[in-house]
Write a protein that binds this ligand. Structure first.
Ligand code: NAG
Ligand code: NAG
Ligand code: NAG
Length: 980
């Protein structure tokens, strides 16, 4: 009972008060109970407090200490708030958070605060320490926030004893996202949650639940529960039915990003009529959206994106009149967009602010009724099959801030009257369409808020502004790659000093790099102006923030700034290939602490390689320069190196044994140099990840190491044009990756960045073909090339086991005896070259089974006898067989003895069938392989990488922080809307 003092308090009341406090087991010192003061002092001793946040914790009146609050009535400490004032955020710099974080131990002295009701330790960093069990003994606790506090381990079930607790926040998601620090919270059995009988708000985002089979039932036992946020908790299922739905006050239910695999959206949810916010996105709910959803008439937010839902959107959704956010992306609607008119003519028509329909299989054109969604602020229609142009009615969407129409087939021009009227636009993405015409000042002059402009990959779209135009907006991202910018370097971007992402690759620019560029763009973080004809020298003073510098395939000349290591400390990806750069490879590159990719290929660099490599480089490409000297030892210390390209230089010496340290190497290309010595046998032991080995055109001598075939993933081996001698190891029949036909493309450089796409030359069919890694095509190519050496002996019959091998080249050796008939088992062979050997005997008739073979060279041997008739083998030119005087029969001119008149010509029927077979295969190859021959420097990688990038960007752009890599690794959909 409060003591009400109407008039001057009498001394008696004071006495009673004083006694009451004494009875609490402590004496008060100027408003603070001494026992509690001592408890706080001891608690403080356990904490690490670098910035002195608790410096006010001196003196006797603990009620005035920072973060401490006492009851005005009893003098007891009732509140302890030690939340970091600089919270962890994916959007802002970590540094203040790190500085202001408290750590250390949580001492049980806290139990001395008997009346504590409110405890907030969030956003600190307790280094993975577990939540102490004694927290469950702070009986009066009503509010407990331990979110993002770097606490980890099992959540003690003693928390379940806090029967007065109303608010519990253990959300750990930011810790996951911000830096991959993962002190995980886990809960084996969530039964204890049902003991929190006063609980109203529960947030356990990113807490790993072990057993979730009864979780919903436990929550159903909490009579006061209002808010349940269990995002990314590894929940596997929720019940399809609940006998009695208790949730009478539940307003927020967030189960997004779990692993819920459910044949339908459970119908009991539709009886929770108090629901305002329902988020089931990023799970595996199947079936269609039931019409019953219309019963949730209080619903304002409904997110169902990224499940396995399909079918129509029920009309009832359109009658949930309060709904302002509707997320249905990745649902398989597969209808024409105009057909959705009946849903969006309901009462949500004028309320809806966020509508997400990405990747829903929508077809046809943009209907006029879209223009009636007049409150729409965010509209995702990307990744569909929409055609046509923006309808006139679009001009009515005057609230629109975010418009994503990328990855459709929109064609025609973009009318300036329509686009120009969307004056609230912040993000506009029209990329990857078939738009044409010109984007000019008239389109953008009123878009003062524009921050993201992506028009890329509309090949017939010209982006042309007058050179003196000063845009009214301040872009942070501009992507006009693969648009037509005209030959002049666009000067209108000059005042866009806030740009962080500037992407103008393949835009037809043929001009000098303007001087102002490197001065204006001090903020630029991701820069890609590759594949133009831009000339000039490299910058020395580019933004320190720059992470991606892609100037590849231009006409830059000059040298690399010898201080690049200091001037661009944040560089992650450096792509300068295909220019006219010369001079040394500067040793300061070694100082780039976080660099992942360095590509200087196809320039004029000379001198020796620096010997100072360290850090986390994954790709080093120095091919096609004039580099000399040996491979420096320190390259061997790059344990994360996955690809080393040194081909086509004048490097010499032996392969250093230090290279054994590159245990993660997948690609080693040393071809076309002057390397000597043996092919080291340790390659077969120390490089277990090796997939591609190219040592072509060097001076390697000695025998071929047998154990290469132990490398499980090796699928391209090129040892050609060396001085190798001895026989072909029989063990070469055991290359696991060549034994089966490879059907599932996967990237050779797994997990590499989308900004760098590996590509590889393979000599096949007598030609140099280039295969890209972006779609995993490179991984499908299998090739064994031992040509141009001094190998002798027979072709091991064991090679016949390589049924997945596509190209075999053994030409230009001294191989003798017959071609083993097992060659006919190499069913995948597309290209076979055995020319210029000493092979004798007849061509084995089994070779007629090689129906996919489209290139064959057996010339210059001693083969004899009849070319097996009636087969594929006769479809090749005569040149395939020349230099074998003993061969007879079509297509060679020599007629076989014993031939009747006219035989020796092919049997038309069979060969046509075979021809058809190989036609199918070739067309397969054409689509799967041939099409990617040109796939060099593919800008965006796969679709999904693109999405990651975009979402990461969106998070970034709004709050000025870039966590590209981390966020990309996390499910990204969560963040799509956090900026609105
Ligand atoms: C105590 O009273 C002050 C001033 O009236 C007020 O600001 C504060 O919130 C009260 N503290 C508590 C714990 O109720
Ligand atoms: C409903 O909530 C009450 C507590 O308010 C609980 O006793 C009861 O078991 C709950 N019913 C179900 C089916 O869980
Ligand atoms: C756009 O594409 C559609 C369907 O392919 C076609 O009918 C229409 O003529 C095209 N419009 C323009 C302006 O090219």
């Amino acid at each position: 009972m409060p003591i009400i003092m109407c008039s001057k308090p009498s001394p008696i009341i004071f006495a009673i008060l004083f006694l009451a406090l004494l009875c609490n087991g402590a004496s008060t010192v100027a408003g603070c109970i001494e026992g509690e003061r001592n408890a706080l002092v001891d608690f403080k001793r356990g904490l690490l407090d670098h910035t002195g946040r608790l410096s006010s914790w001196t003196g006797s009146d603990c009620c005035n200490w920072q973060g401490v609050a006492c009851s005005n009535r009893t003098g007891h400490v009732v509140r302890l708030d030690l939340r970091n004032p600089h919270p962890l955020s994916i959007y802002t710099d970590d540094q203040p958070y790190n500085e202001w974080s408290m750590g250390g131990e949580l001492r049980p002295s806290l139990l001395g605060l008997k009346k504590l009701r409110y405890l907030d330790l969030s956003m600190n960093n307790f280094g993975g320490r577990p939540i102490p069990e004694f927290i469950g003994s702070i009986r009066n606790l009503r509010y407990l926030d331990l979110s993002q506090a770097g606490l980890g381990g099992r959540v003690p079930r003693q928390i379940g004893n806090l029967s007065s607790l109303q608010y519990l926040d253990l959300n750990n998601c930011l810790f996951y996202m911000s830096s991959g620090r993962v002190p995980e919270f886990s809960i084996d059995d969530p039964l204890w949650i049902s003991g929190l009988s006063s609980l109203q708000h529960l947030d356990m985002g990113c807490v790993k639940f072990g057993d979730t089979s009864s979780l919903v039932e436990y929550l159903n036992m909490l009579p006061h529960i209002v808010e349940v946020r269990l995002s990314r908790c590894e929940i596997q299922s929720i019940p399809l039915s609940l006998p009695h739905v208790n949730f009478t006050r539940l307003s927020t239910l967030d189960l997004s990003g779990n692993r819920i695999d459910s044949p339908t959206i459970p119908s009991w949810l539709f009886n929770v009529s108090s629901l305002v916010h329902l988020d089931l996105s990023d799970n595996s709910f199947r079936g269609s959206i039931p019409a019953e959803i219309g019963k949730l008439s209080s619903l304002e937010v409904l997110r169902l994106s990224n499940n396995s839902l399909q079918g129509v959107i029920p009309k009832e959704v359109g009658n949930i009149c309060k709904l302002h956010t509707l997320g249905l992306s990745y649902m398989n609607i597969s209808r024409s967009l105009p057909e959705l008119g009946d849903v969006f003519s309901g009462c949500i028509k004028t309320r809806l602010e966020i509508l997400e329909l990405s990747s829903t299989g929508l077809t046809s054109y943009l209907p006029d009724w879209l223009g009636e969604l007049t409150s729409l602020k965010t509209f995702y229609l990307d990744n569909n099959s929409l055609v046509g142009s923006l309808p006139e009615s679009f001009g009515g969407l005057t609230s629109l801030q975010v418009l994503f129409l990328s990855y459709n087939k929109l064609n025609g021009t973009v009318p300036a009257e329509i686009l120009g009227g969307l004056v609230e636009l912040v993000y506009l993405d029209l990329s990857k369409n078939l738009l044409e015409g010109i984007i000019s000042e008239a389109h953008l002059a009123n878009l003062t808020k524009l921050s993201l402009l992506d028009l890329s990959s509309n090949r017939r779209l010209a982006v042309k502004f007058s050179p003196n135009w000063v845009p009214p907006f301040r872009l942070q991202l501009l992507d006009v790659s693969s648009c037509s910018l005209g030959k002049k370097f666009p000067s209108w971007i000059r005042n866009q000093a806030n740009i962080s992402w500037l992407l103008m690759a393949n835009a037809g620019i043929e001009d000098a790099m303007p001087d102002w560029f490197w001065v204006s763009f001090v903020q630029v973080t991701w820069l890609n102006i590759s594949k133009n004809a831009i000339y000039g020298s490299l910058p020395t003073n580019l933004s320190r923030n720059v992470r991606l510098l892609d100037l590849a395939d231009n006409l830059f000349n000059g040298t690399i700034d010898p201080a690049i290591g200091e001037s661009m400390p944040n560089l992650r990806i450096l792509l300068l290939s295909g220019n006219k750069l010369y001079g040394d490879v500067p040793s300061s590159l070694c100082q780039l602490q976080i660099v992942e990719v360095i590509d200087l290929a196809r320039n004029l660099f000379s001198g020796e390689l620096p010997n100072c490599w360290k850090h986390n480089l994954t790709v080093l490409d120095l091919s096609s320069n004039n580099l000399s000297g040996g491979i420096p030892d320190t390259i061997g210390s790059l344990s994360s190196l996955k690809a080393l390209h040194l081909s086509n230089n004048i490097l010499s010496g032996e392969i250093p044994s230090s290279l054994q340290g590159c245990t993660g190497l997948a690609i080693l290309d040393l071809s076309q140099n002057k390397f000597t010595g043996k092919v080291p046998t340790w390659i077969g032991e120390s490089c277990p990840s090796l997939k591609i080995l190219r040592l072509r055109s060097n001076m390697f001598a000695g025998r071929i190491p047998q154990n290469l075939s132990r490398l499980f993933g090796l699928h391209i081996v090129d040892l050609s044009h060396n001085n190798l001698s001895g026989t072909i190891p029989k063990s070469f029949g055991r290359f696991a990756a060549m034994k089966v036909k490879r059907a599932n493309p996967e990237q050779v450089l797994q997990g590499s960045t989308s900004w760098y796409v590996e590509s590889m030359e393979v000599v096949m069919k007598g030609k140099v073909l280039e295969y890209g890694d972006s779609n995993g095509i490179l991984s499908l190519v299998t090739s064994l090339d031992l040509s141009g050496n001094n190998l002798y002996g027979t072709i091991p019959r064991e090679l016949g086991s390589l049924r997945g091998l596509m190209s075999l080249n053994l030409s230009g050796n001294h191989l003798n005896c017959e071609i083993p008939k097992e060659v006919g088992s190499m069913q995948s062979l597309v290209s076979l070259d055995l020319s210029r050997n000493e092979l004798s005997g007849a061509i084995p008739s089994t070779m007629a089974y090689l129906t996919f073979l489209s290139y064959l060279d057996l010339s210059s041997n001693n083969l004899s006898g009849r070319i097996p008739p009636g087969s594929q083998l006769q479809t090749f030119n005569e040149s395939t067989y020349t230099g074998n005087p003993g061969l007879c029969g079509f297509p060679v001119k020599q007629i076989c003895e014993n031939d009747d008149n006219g035989t020796g010509t092919r049997n038309n029927n069979t060969s046509e069938e075979d021809g058809a077979g190989s036609q199918v295969w070739l067309s397969y190859l054409g689509t799967v392989l041939g099409g990617f021959v040109v796939g060099f420097w593919v800008l965006w990688g796969t679709l999904i990488l693109k999405s990651n990038w975009k979402d990461a960007y969106l998070s970034y752009i709004d709050r000025q922080y870039d966590r590209f890599y981390v966020i990309a690794a996390i499910t990204f959909n969560r963040f799509k809307n956090s900026y609105v």
